[in-house]
Structures are given as structure tokens and as C-alpha cells.
Write a new protein. Structure first.
Length: 132
């Protein structure tokens, strides 16, 4: 499961002159028989793209080789892993802000931690509902 923007950045870095545009790459991937493009959360999902973005997780399109489609359990595990990594980085940022006595930054990071916890809770609820 690869973010298309990350794949595009790699192509640009390796072959800048021959790399397709991001839209061109998306078009190619969407029409490839062996690739599935996951667009991210939709409007009816319990957690939407804006909530992921607020928590620091960008939910743009992701490419997946169809023969390697992860199970629901694997997808949830990846989501929890990303949230845990984000929380670790936020904790480090909070510690840094406190050490530097940067009150405004500490407040912003603390608010981001609260949003990350709300996101983790929503994903937990989704995981519980999807296993029942």
C-alpha cells in the first residue's frame, strides 16, 4: 500500500525528465489491470479525510497491487501503527516545546495529541463494529 504522492516523488527523483505528472500517474494506475487505487475515506466513513489530516496523516490516493490486498485486520493494524508512530512524534515535539519553553507550540502539539487520541478512539470503535 503506497501513497501515490510518495510513488510520484520517487519517480521524479529517479527520472525527473521522464516522470509523468501526478495526475498522469494516477490515470495510469487507475487503468492498470493489476493495480487498485484506494482513494481514502469517503463521506459515510466514521473517520473522514479531514480528521486524518488534522491528526497528521495524509489520506491521499494509495496504490495497491491486487494480488497483495491486505485483509481488514491487516488494514486496521496498519492504521493503528500509523497512529502510534504519529503519537510518538507528537510526544517528542511536546517534550521539545516544553524544554524550549515554547508555550504556544506546546499548546498546539497538545491539541494535536488530543485529536490523535480521538482519531484512535474512532478507529477502535470502527474495528470493534466491523468484527461484530
Amino acid at each position: 500500500l503506497v501513497p501515490v504522492a510518495k510513488l510520484h516523488a520517487y519517480l521524479v527523483r529517479e527520472e525527473a525528465e521522464q516522470a509523468p505528472s501526478l495526475q498522469g500517474l494516477l490515470h495510469f494506475l487507475r487503468h492498470h489491470a493489476e493495480i487498485l487505487v484506494l482513494e481514502g475515506p469517503g463521506g459515510e466513513d466514521p473517520v473522514d479525510a479531514a480528521q486524518f489530516a488534522e491528526a497528521g496523516i495524509m489520506m491521499g490516493p494509495r496504490a495497491l497491487v491486487k494480488t497483495r490486498v491486505p485483509s481488514r485486520r491487516q488494514m486496521l493494524a496498519m492504521m493503528f501503527e500509523q497512529i502510534a508512530e504519529m503519537r510518538e512524534k507528537l510526544d517528542e515535539a511536546l517534550q521539545d516545546a516544553r524544554q524550549n519553553r515554547d508555550t504556544d507550540r506546546a499548546i498546539q502539539v497538545h491539541e494535536a495529541i488530543q485529536r490523535a487520541e480521538m482519531l484512535r478512539h474512532k478507529v477502535e470503535q470502527f474495528a470493534q463494529a466491523s468484527t461484530n
